[in-house]
Design a protein around this ligand. Structure first.
Ligand code: PMP
Length: 360
């Protein structure tokens, strides 16, 4: 039986994608080999890589003056690569601290520049809020402004795009990219690990405005230099071909499902159904301020900690898996990425209501 898997990442993939992977695993496109066994420079894979970039550009409406890079090292690799490419050692950077991931990002940035200005800090709310737009204390001369539109652990999401003026805006979209339409032109750089909405782990997407690429500081390793990676069509080193292949199938699926507008509507409705169930229960609770509740990651607590192990065990028996919260915060968390069908959310809310009746 296939579970409804609520993991935060690596996360559930669309069933039709997995079926296709299975069907063509041993003989991909008549090559007599698996896609994993073929050269990234061979014709079939090169065509696939081109299709992947074209689909991404189409789905996200990426303007022509942006490079789309397929890299490795995860989002955390980018925590270092971004300052190395976009800032000199004596630069000041602005970081908005809204949770675990933005905090890790700014900690890494401190290793590479003279000063990181924490332009907003939501630690006092235990990361249950985002700063008001007018509360940002931005440095006019910062090399860039970094923020995390969706905090995967806290379940906190920006309901607005910060206005950084002429300073490039950098966004860690690991847990929100492709979940709805965005205006790429608002950003200097967008990056995301693939393992939530795009495909398997191992691939990292970077979308960078051309004028910001090509300025890596001396000493930057070539695999982290955006211009060097772009010049080689993201094949400076051997790319994670299997992950890239699955990502292409996921993008085909996304397009067939109606693209990002349709996906955004579906995701909004899925999240609303779960938050409504939590709020109406008198049993479960979500700590995040209503206006910045995440559509993708929904943390919730039970009235007593000793119920958590029961909840997880019974949920698993009902085919609802990986609902444990992040180890740093505890509680429960349901991640509702694109591949989670509405029926999965219905099954979860029905299970939650039943569990509350029996344990309330
Ligand atoms: N940023 C965010 C928002 C994330 O959710 C994660 C992973 N969960 C990371 C960064 C780190 O990603 P990676 O493991 O790909 O380095």
């Amino acid at each position: 039986m296939r579970a409804f898997n609520f993991a935060a990442g690596p996360a559930m993939l669309p069933r039709v994608v997995l079926d296709q992977v299975r069907d063509e695993l041993l003989d991909w496109q008549g090559t007599g080999s698996s896609v994993m066994e073929l050269s990234h420079r061979g014709k079939p894979f090169m065509a696939l890589a081109q299709e992947c970039e074209a689909l991404l550009r189409e789905l996200l409406a990426v303007p022509a003056d942006y490079q789309v890079l397929f890299m490795q090292g995860g989002a955390r690799g980018q925590f270092a690569a971004i300052p190395l490419n976009l800032a000199s050692a004596d630069a000041t950077l602005d970081y908005l601290n809204t949770g675990m991931w933005s905090k890790l990002a700014l900690g890494e940035a401190r290793r590479f520049v003279a000063r990181v200005n924490v332009a907003a800090d939501e630690a006092a709310s235990c990361y249950t809020t985002v700063p008001a737009p007018e509360a940002l204390r931005l440095e006019p001369r910062a090399a860039f402004v970094h923020y995390t539109p969706n905090e995967t652990i806290g379940g906190v999401e920006f309901p607005y795009v910060p206005d950084s003026g002429s300073v490039p805006l950098v966004a860690d979209m690991s847990s929100t990219l492709l979940s709805r339409p965005i205006d790429v032109a608002r950003y200097g750089l967008i990056y995301a690990g693939a393992q939530k909405n795009l495909g398997p782990a191992g691939l990292t997407l970077v979308i960078v405005r051309e004028d910001l690429s090509g300025h890596a500081r001396p000493g930057t390793p070539a695999v982290w230099d955006y211009q060097a990676v772009a010049a080689e069509g993201s094949m400076l080193n051997t790319p994670p071909t299997f992950a890239w292949y699955v990502a292409t199938l996921v993008l085909r699926w996304l397009k067939a499902e109606g693209g990002l507008a349709a996906m955004g509507e579906r995701n909004r409705a899925k999240a609303a159904a779960l938050y409504n169930a939590i709020d109406a229960s008198g049993f479960y609770a979500n700590p995040v301020a209503r206006e910045c509740r995440s559509w993708m990651n929904v943390p919730f607590t039970l009235p007593a900690q000793q119920l958590e192990a029961h909840f997880v065990r019974e949920a698993r028996a009902a085919g609802l898996t990986n609902l444990e919260g992040h180890r740093s915060v505890g509680g429960m968390r349901a991640s509702l990425y694109n591949a989670m069908p509405p029926a999965g959310v219905t099954a979860l809310t029905e299970f939650m209501a039943d569990f509350a009746r029996r344990h309330g």
